[in-house]
Design a protein around this ligand. Structure first.
Ligand code: F0G
Length: 393
């Protein structure tokens, strides 16, 4: 059993709404006292749907086997920073190559449950790739609005190949989201951005899986764009706490890119809401967002867990992307912001030495091949001869 509730006034809302009448964000309230916990926290068979008892769907899910992503240890970085345990959860190994699949398996299932035949989103890329994939699986029409020229190549390719109607606008993500919200309202299309509270329900399973595998960490560090994922993961931990499956909460630590950092700025001033950034910029196009819709939820997650917010430069992002790659972990720039932020915070002495930290790597290296080649340089080209090749080695 579950209901939809406003995070500001507490009023209940209908299942197909995205905002309360008071304007507040909505949240799914799972009635935890009525849940039959039929899963074991044994580190085995991790997946989004292992935790179906805590997910708000009534029909068989539209699934491509999402979740169950690996948690890698970064021993060399632990030594370098003097931190006890550093893990990376590689969400780039989901079906479409990002954590968005956890949300889409639930969101697209909800679209079917509500009898909708079309879904839509604005996106910096990954949401659109994931939505197109799950809509294709479910046989729904998919409409995508992107900031033209600012979306990594792999993501556009995915949205197109999976059959979405893809439109680029001459504006940024924040403009695209504003437009698609109104389009969805007028044309009765189901909106699958992270204002949709059901999508965040799928993403909260990142927290469940971390606990399932290693127990309660001291800190979770992740990149923040539209601020849905930090809110979702926090909600997952909070539910486990309420169910007494853990006895505390990790410090939620959100990292933004320097040119796109409204949440960091609000955090510095201990504010509960943001002032939007009008021209967000960063090499990490996935988090090139100036007006995150879930800002209020995200700031609560940070304050209520005594977490942190930090900003990183494009150089710090690329350097962390290369560091991860040298450890065998291929991620896109936005994902590396988590590790870049951890390094920066550790060097400032903001991380305790005995912490267990989990960084979320949100998307796969292959999402953004152009940036990878730009920062690594093109391969050398030589005549087709053994001697020439050896001369280069
Ligand atoms: N990392 C990656 C790779 C992303 O694609 C996103 C968001 C984030 C981090 C930030 O997550 O928005 O929940 O704070 N991408 C969205 C999209 C905006 O359209 O694909 P968030």
């Amino acid at each position: 059993m579950y209901s939809l509730r406003c995070i500001e006034c507490g009023e209940e809302s209908k299942e197909d709404s995205y905002n309360c009448e008071c304007g507040g964000l909505l949240e799914v309230k799972i009635h935890l006292d009525q849940v039959d916990l039929d899963f074991k926290l044994n580190g085995k068979d991790l997946s989004v749907w292992k935790y179906r008892a805590l997910l708000p769907v009534r029909i068989e899910p539209v699934t491509l086997k999402e979740g169950g992503t690996p948690l890698y240890r970064l021993e060399r970085l632990e030594k370098e920073l003097g931190i006890r345990r550093i893990y990376v959860k590689h969400e780039g190994l989901n079906p479409s190559g990002s954590f968005k699949d956890r949300g889409m398996t639930v969101g697209v299932t909800k679209a079917i449950e509500l009898g909708r035949n079309a879904v839509a989103c604005a996106s910096t890329g990954n949401t659109s790739a994931s939505m197109a994939m799950y809509a294709a699986r479910a046989g729904l029409k998919a409409y995508v609005l992107l900031p033209a020229g600012k979306v990594a190549l792999g993501k556009v390719a995915q949205a197109l190949m999976h059959g979405a109607e893809v439109i680029g606008i001459k504006g940024n993500f924040d403009d695209a989201l504003k437009i698609i919200r109104e389009v969805c309202e007028r044309l009765k299309i189901y909106l699958l951005n992270s204002v949709n509270p059901f999508r965040l329900e799928g993403q909260k399973t990142i927290a469940y899986e971390i606990v399932d595998e290693i127990g309660l960490p001291d800190r979770v560090v992740l990149p923040v764009g539209n601020a849905g994922n930090i809110s979702a993961i926090y909600k997952g931990f909070k539910e486990f706490l309420e169910l007494q499956l853990i006895d505390g909460l990790p410090k939620m630590t959100g990292i933004q890119a320097k040119g796109s950092a409204p949440i960091y700025k609000a955090f510095l001033e201990r504010k509960e809401d943001i002032t939007p950034v009008t021209n967000p910029e960063t090499i990490a196009t996935a988090i090139r967002i100036g007006n995150p819709v879930n800002a209020r939820k995200a700031l609560r997650a940070i304050y209520e867990t005594k977490g942190l917010a930090e900003v990183v430069s494009d150089e710090e992002i690329i350097s962390a992307q290369k560091l991860l790659a040298k450890n065998g972990i291929g991620v896109e720039p936005a994902s590396a912001a988590s590790v870049a932020g951890l390094i920066k915070l550790a060097k400032q002495g903001m991380i305790e030495k005995d912490e267990t930290v989990v960084c979320i790597a949100t998307g796969n290296l292959l999402k953004d091949p152009e940036t990878a080649i730009k920062v690594c340089g093109e391969p050398k080209i030589v005549e087709a001869s053994v001697e020439k090749v050896i001369s280069l080695l």
